[in-house]
Design a protein around this ligand. Structure first.
Ligand code: V47
Ligand code: SF4
Length: 384
């Protein structure tokens, strides 16, 4: 059996006792410890990590690679917070606000109407934390979006935006989320998590919601029946122990609620922010991050590469390093990445391009909805 072959190959090539133990655990569906996770960052070579992560990926999903048809709306880039890695930080804005924008409700509705007749299934709404856009505003916005396109899944607002809205409206997280759910919101994206370790968080994003608040918001979302994603911002001042601590806290919450759909590593980009002096990490570090997350997060079903950020070529490689989901056709991604220097400056992929990208690395393209129901298998589709 293929599984036994891989086990044999790995066994023969590994002389390190710790790695042998980790391999045995993975092969036998056992969870690795935080100590072992850190050991992987510090000692494992990239081919080993890829083989192990790919083993898990194929055991769970075979060759299936999920994508969805979505578009992004970013209502504003004005933000009350000062995250050092972000081009929307209040500090930078105060210095120079010539490029600030605020979409009117009409503009947002026009953007939704522009997709009439298009088989898009999701709108992803995130933006800066605007001091004037509160819970009531977003409740009405979602109701109106659903009135225009009742079929559209609304994935909206990071825990940071939600924390601000709820505190301002003086409601509990669960109350605030229930109001948005009743208005038609379907799920939460994974942003705002950054790095949970308090020392690192203090250095990179001191003034926004704490790690405990981020986790409490996602727990509340799962409790009211809204699934969510989780992210990590890697490749800046953090160390392996901070990455593992972050994933461990997510793993613990997932044990409790089972409400996370996907884990999405976000690579730090150094354009237009207050951490521009930090060099971006190499592709080897990207492959490591994704592979170790696949190995460590045994209770997350999906590891997602957000292709506009990491680029199409790296995305293809990552499909052999644990990734089984590459997000969406993403018509017009958030400017937060393009400003920071993301690979894709105009991130639009047609369905055909998405299918080709996946097929070119011998994987099976599957269109999914926002909660991972399979909508269409494109592996046999002939492209014209
Ligand atoms: O939390 C900001 C990141 C996130 C930079 O759930 C940066 O499907 C790298 O929530 N370099 C928000 N990253 C984005 C987000 C998201 C994106 C894609 C998919 C999903 C999903 C969610 O953007 C922030 C922050 O970590 N970010 N600046 C930067 N310079
Ligand atoms: Fe604001 Fe989010 Fe950027 Fe922080 S990461 S400055 S909260 S938009």
């Amino acid at each position: 059996m293929a599984e036994e072959f891989i086990q044999e190959v790995l066994r023969k090539s590994i002389t390190d006792k710790m790695l042998l133990g980790i391999t045995d655990k993975v092969m036998n569906n056992k969870r690795i410890t935080s100590e072992e996770g850190i050991y992987l960052y510090e000692n494992a070579e990239i081919g080993y990590l890829g083989t192990l992560a790919n083993f898990i990926r194929e055991k769970r999903h075979g060759n299936k690679t999920y994508f969805n048809k979505n578009f992004h709306i970013e209502p504003t880039n004005i933000c009350v917070f000062d995250c050092k890695f972000c081009a929307y930080s209040k500090f930078l804005r105060e210095k120079d606000d010539f490029d600030a924008w605020e979409m009117s409700e009409e503009e947002i509705f026009e953007a939704i109407k522009a997709y009439e007749g298009n088989d898009i299934t999701e709108v992803h709404i995130v933006g800066g934390v605007h001091p004037k856009m509160g819970l009531e505003y977003f409740k009405n916005l979602i109701e109106n979006i659903k009135a225009i396109r009742p079929d559209l899944h609304v994935k909206a607002f990071t825990a940071v935006e939600l924390d601000y809205m709820c505190k301002k409206a003086k409601v509990s997280y669960e109350e605030g989320l229930q109001i948005l759910k009743d208005a038609g919101q379907g799920s939460l994206p994974g942003g705002g998590a950054e790095i949970f370790d308090n020392d690192i968080r203090d250095q990179i994003c001191k003034d926004k919601c704490t790690s405990e608040e981020w986790l409490a918001m996602h727990e509340a979302a799962h409790n009211v029946g809204m699934p969510s994603n989780a992210t990590i911002l890697y490749g800046h001042i953090e160390k392996p122990e901070h990455l593992i601590d972050h994933m461990n806290r997510l793993r613990e919450l997932q044990d409790k609620t089972d409400g996370f759909n996907a884990f999405i590593p976000l690579k730090f980009r150094n354009g237009n922010n207050q951490m521009s002096d930090i060099e971006e990490v190499s592709i080897v570090e990207d492959l490591k991050m994704y592979a170790i997350s696949r190995i460590f997060l045994d209770n997350f079903n999906h590891i997602k590469a957000y292709w506009p950020m990491i680029g199409r070529k790296t995305t293809q490689l990552l499909l052999s390093f644990g990734v089984n989901d590459i997000d969406g056709t993403v018509d017009d991604s958030t400017k937060i990445y393009t400003m920071a220097g993301a690979e894709e400056q105009k991130p639009v992929m047609t369905t055909e391009q998405m299918i080709t990208l996946i097929k070119d690395v011998n994987r099976q393209p599957i269109e999914r909805d926002s909660v991972y129901n399979e909508l269409r298998d494109y592996s046999k589709t002939e492209l014209v």
